[in-house]
Design a protein around this ligand. Sequence first.
Ligand SMILES: Cc1cc2nc3c(=O)[nH]c(=O)nc-3n(C[C@H](O)[C@H](O)[C@H](O)COP(=O)(O)OP(=O)(O)OC[C@H]3O[C@@H](n4cnc5c(N)ncnc54)[C@H](O)[C@@H]3O)c2cc1C
Length: 483
Amino acid sequence: MPESRKGTDPRRCKDASRRLVTDPTRPPGAPCAPSSTAGAHVNRRRPRIVIVGAGFAGYECARTLSRQAKGAAEIVLLNPNDYFLYVPLLPEVATGILEPRRISVSLTGTLPGVRLVLGEARDVDFEARQVHYTDPEERKGSLPYDRLVLTVGSVNKLLPVPGVAEHAHGFRGMPEALFLRDHITRQIELAGAAEDAAERSARTTFVVVGAGYTGTEVTAQGVRFTDALARQNTGLRDGGPRPRWLLLDIADRLLPELDERLSRTAERVLRAQGVDVRTGTSVKEATQDGVLLDDGEFVASRSLLWCVGVRPDPLVDSLGLPTDKGRLCVDEFLNVPGRPGVFACGDAAAVPDLTRPGEVTPMTAQHAQRQGKVAARNVAASCGRGAPRAYRHHDLGFMVDLGGLQAAANPLHVPLSGPLAGLVTRGYHLMAMPDNRVRVAADWLLDAVLPRQGVQLGLVSSWSVPLDTESPEVARVPGGPTA
Ligand SMILES: Cc1cc2nc3c(=O)[nH]c(=O)nc-3n(C[C@H](O)[C@H](O)[C@H](O)COP(=O)(O)OP(=O)(O)OC[C@H]3O[C@@H](n4cnc5c(N)ncnc54)[C@H](O)[C@@H]3O)c2cc1C
């Protein structure tokens, strides 16, 4: 990406190592981007674009920029993991359909021209134009930037319900999905071995709170998974209780944020699978032995899955910038007002929805990915290539995988259900994934013809994946940070 008006721009300045850096967005007299600390070996004659977070928005932004820049800008991607996680298929990992690496797309392998820095941003110094981060070995580093794109996504949302932080498990990252796969398998195996009927019943009861697309998909896949495990388990096959799934939501229908037709399809399919769907119901207290519902019923269970939604990554709050419901305020060009050269998008940002005046875009992959592309374009425009574009996207509908061949979908707002919806949903996921398509399709094929693998590896413990975490993408380790 060429720098604009190279050699004539009055805002052109010298950085700390006396090499020239051009920053068209920097007002005259504003401080220059320093070039020391991380990556000091890098040629700072090129503008450095730092993208924080490699989810849907960050990955797409990096990919688009690398294609456009062709080496004229240095693109740095800061992310705790070396992969982009295709989150919509996470329920299939938790229920043994897909192996974890299928939905983990290598960043270095698919983003040529993008430098990956492993780490978590802890702070941004907007005056000095630096991102401070901690790497996986707890070392501190700093990344100077000329342009910054913040795409740190979201984390589990907590509600002040007693016992939930201690006993519930969220569903936002790979460690949680791996924990859940093992946990479910273990509960079925322990139930199969238990003599006590009450214990067998509690261990085969799974409570999911929140019937948005995450809770609905986890339940739909979960009930099939536990049925498959129970069929393989002699202790349960011969007269044991059938695993029981409860799906609760305080709203009066499943998928309350989506088209009502999707809700009806989802409810019909889940009930046919034997799921106990409870709308207008919530949790009053969670304990080690079960869940007290707000109607007074106590459900004995060892498994409480918390899918009530997400909140923006806590980094946003620490920046001291204006927010809307915790999301960083940006304009329709994805600029952070008052911070030249800083952009934000995806779940972490409150992007004005120009198709619904007065609203902000919902937290979906559909929006995050497209915003990433627009952010890339506008970063390029701020460097003198092309014109900036306002973000505008009409919702293309939604797809909810209901397990097996079932799904509820409304692509382009045409309502679909049954195997056709299932086919469209899987086809969409394959198209939307940036890589690993053949591997994913192969796992689907294998799952169709082979029994589900009922083994637990036990590599992720309950303690490593607390519900209240700032980093659902990283499992906690002994001696590591507690956040
Ligand atoms: C189970 C589940 C199923 C879903 N299904 C769908 C679906 O079918 N369709 C749909 O449209 N949406 C779906 N969503 C929502 C969708 O996944 C999110 O809206 C989307 O991931 C948001 O993209 P993002 O880029 O803003 O954030 P993310 O994809 O969450 O990416 C954020 C990235 O930032 C990184 N990060 C976080 N903090 C830091 C930090 N401090 N420093 C550096 N990096 C950091 C994270 O590790 C991550 O890589 C689903 C969500 C879940 C949980």
